[in-house]
Write a protein that binds this ligand. Structure first.
Ligand SMILES: Cc1cc2nc3c(=O)[nH]c(=O)nc-3n(C[C@H](O)[C@H](O)[C@H](O)COP(=O)(O)OP(=O)(O)OC[C@H]3O[C@@H](n4cnc5c(N)ncnc54)[C@H](O)[C@@H]3O)c2cc1C
Length: 488
């Protein structure tokens, strides 16, 4: 049993996972979270009997979550119930068309056939491209530090390297595979899962729609925040010390080696290894070095969110619903070029009580309504919020969303500014840097700091990137590096 000591800065999902993995490997671990609750972007809000997840609403790659439980000797199914969400989503388009996107293949192929018979074959070829990209990524990028030279498995995975349509623009690959404009808009939405524009990111992100279609989308019974609570309970039971309301103001180091952290209270915690779960871009400041914040032009999307409790059931909604704008390219020009909230936003509505009635009082709906917004430092005043809210409501109503105005009994708005302040992400950029250009899509800050020995990174701001399963992989890679470099 090692008597080595680690401090994890931040109680987001990646931080908790890193703490659990280190503890299982015999490290004495202290986790410092600046806020009064754990979870970071994976948060929860309750009001008037409604329960809302304030961040993620969709779980993918469930085996990554199972793997974390297995790493600490547990079975996830003994602690959490993952519910497959079927159909995956209902899409409503500006021209009035509506259809469900489902993993039930006969039903989905019939939908494709009605949209354009040629798109049945296009869909299969598109998924084949995604499958090869996924196999390649799973055995290289998602499994190991980018800075390590390829091992045998990584070389073997190169057999999956698809040469055609993988390195151009994401939108071009979509247009190559689909003729129907609705399908083009549907599949162009996936890069927003990593806060990016389909018109500027590489086709390599085709692995995202493949992962969702092949492995499904999931909800956690009781809400996604149950995952945070469950992992925190396990961490405490394993003797991990969790310090809430304990911002770390400095990472202490001597002769280019970490020695511990300093808290805002002035207390210091000695450590042999430090894992930063807060955004990697905050590291230079914590190390006492000069640092520039993430430039505006490199920021991923933020979002404008309305959490809305409605006192009547809305059976016309599925768990996940998307109301598309009339001109997707124009919407992304506003989001990334002029960096303004779109006049005509695409709106995502999650109604989790469709899968899990515990989210709302009987006969009510707890809605998570979100439109993409630019990650900017501009304030959101009441007039700006009201203006954006009316744009969102106009799009919803135009696409057939029910009129809920007189039935709203709880409401909270979360602006990009709120996210910037709460999560410490410049401009509220949910996924840190965007994935525009193939190099940026795959080159995130490494999990081991090259400047200071003993400093590691686990979370969405570092390799391999954001999204709940990916930050768990980040924690896995970071803790393997710690085991390799700090225990000899
Ligand atoms: C609105 C929204 C919707 C999303 N939807 C999805 C989805 O559907 N599916 C999905 O998979 N993902 C989704 N995501 C992304 C996902 O939530 C994140 O990628 C993931 O939760 C990030 O985890 P993390 O480990 O990077 O930590 P974070 O959540 O970024 O947390 C970092 C923690 O570190 C703390 N911290 C930072 N600095 C310090 C310091 N100096 N001292 C002490 N504490 C510090 C912060 O307070 C925070 O608690 C969504 C995110 C948001 C915001």
């Amino acid at each position: 049993m090692s008597s080595r000591t680690a401090v994890v800065i931040g109680g987001g999902l990646g931080g908790i996972a890193a703490a659990l993995r280190l503890s299982a490997a015999g490290w004495r671990v202290t986790l410092c979270e600046q806020h009064s609750r754990l979870g970071g972007k994976m948060g929860e809000w309750r009001s008037e009997g409604f329960r809302f997840d304030t961040g993620p609403s969709l779980i993918t790659m469930p085996w990554v979550f199972e793997d974390l439980f297995a790493a600490v000797g547990l079975r996830m199914k003994d602690h959490l119930e993952l519910l497959p969400v079927r159909p995956l989503a209902r899409y409503a388009f500006a021209d009035g068309l509506k259809f469900d996107y489902t993993t039930d293949m006969p039903t989905w192929f019939e939908t494709l056939r009605q949209l354009d018979p040629a798109d049945v074959d296009g869909f299969l070829r598109y998924m084949h491209l995604g499958a090869r990209l996924y196999e390649l990524s799973r055995r290289t990028f998602l499994r190991r530090p980018l800075t390590d030279p390829p091992d045998r498995e990584a070389w073997a995975a190169m057999a999956h390297l698809p040469l055609r349509h993988a390195w151009g623009s994401y939108n071009s690959a979509v247009e190559h595979h689909f003729r129907d404009p609705h399908l083009r808009q549907l599949f162009n939405r996936y890069p927003t899962y990593v806060g990016s524009s389909p018109y500027q990111c590489p086709a390599t992100l085709t692995l995202i729609p493949y992962i969702e279609y092949a492995f499904g989308g999931y909800h956690i019974q009781g809400g996604l925040y149950r995952l945070v609570e469950c992992l925190a309970d396990i961490a405490r039971a394993r003797g991990i010390e969790i310090l809430l309301e304990s911002p770390v103001t400095a990472i202490e180091h001597r002769q280019r080696r970490v020695t511990g952290v300093r808290l805002a209270s002035g207390a210091t915690l000695p450590a042999d290894a430090v894992v930063l779960n807060g955004d990697a871009s905050t590291a230079p400041k914590l190390l006492g070095l000069s640092a520039a914040p993430l430039p505006v032009s490199e920021r991923s999307l933020s979002g404008l969110i309305f959490l809305v409790g409605v006192r009547r059931p809305l059976p016309e909604l599925l768990h996940h619903n998307v109301y598309f704008s009339a001109d997707y390219a124009d919407e992304f020009r506003a989001l990334f070029d002029t960096r303004t909230f779109p006049d005509d936003p695409t709106v995502y509505v999650s109604a989790p009580s469709r899968s899990d009635p515990t989210c709302a009082p009987p006969s009510g709906e707890a809605l998570f309504i979100m439109a993409n917004a630019p990650a900017s430092d501009l304030p959101w005043d009441a007039a700006g919020i009201a203006h954006a809210r009316s744009r969102i409501m106009e799009r919803l109503q135009a696409n057939g969303f029910p009129d809920i105005a007189s039935d709203i009994v709880a409401e909270r708005v979360i602006t990009p500014r709120d996210m910037a302040q709460r999560y410490g992400m410049p401009g509220g950029a949910i996924y840190g840097a965007h994935s525009h250009g193939w190099k940026r899509a795959f080159w995130r800050p490494p999990n081991r700091d090259p400047r200071c020995r003993g400093l590691y990174y686990a979370g969405g701001g570092s390799h391999p990137g954001g999204g709940t399963p990916i930050v768990l992989l980040s924690a896995h890679i970071a803790t393997e590096l710690i085991q390799a470099h700090e225990t000899t």
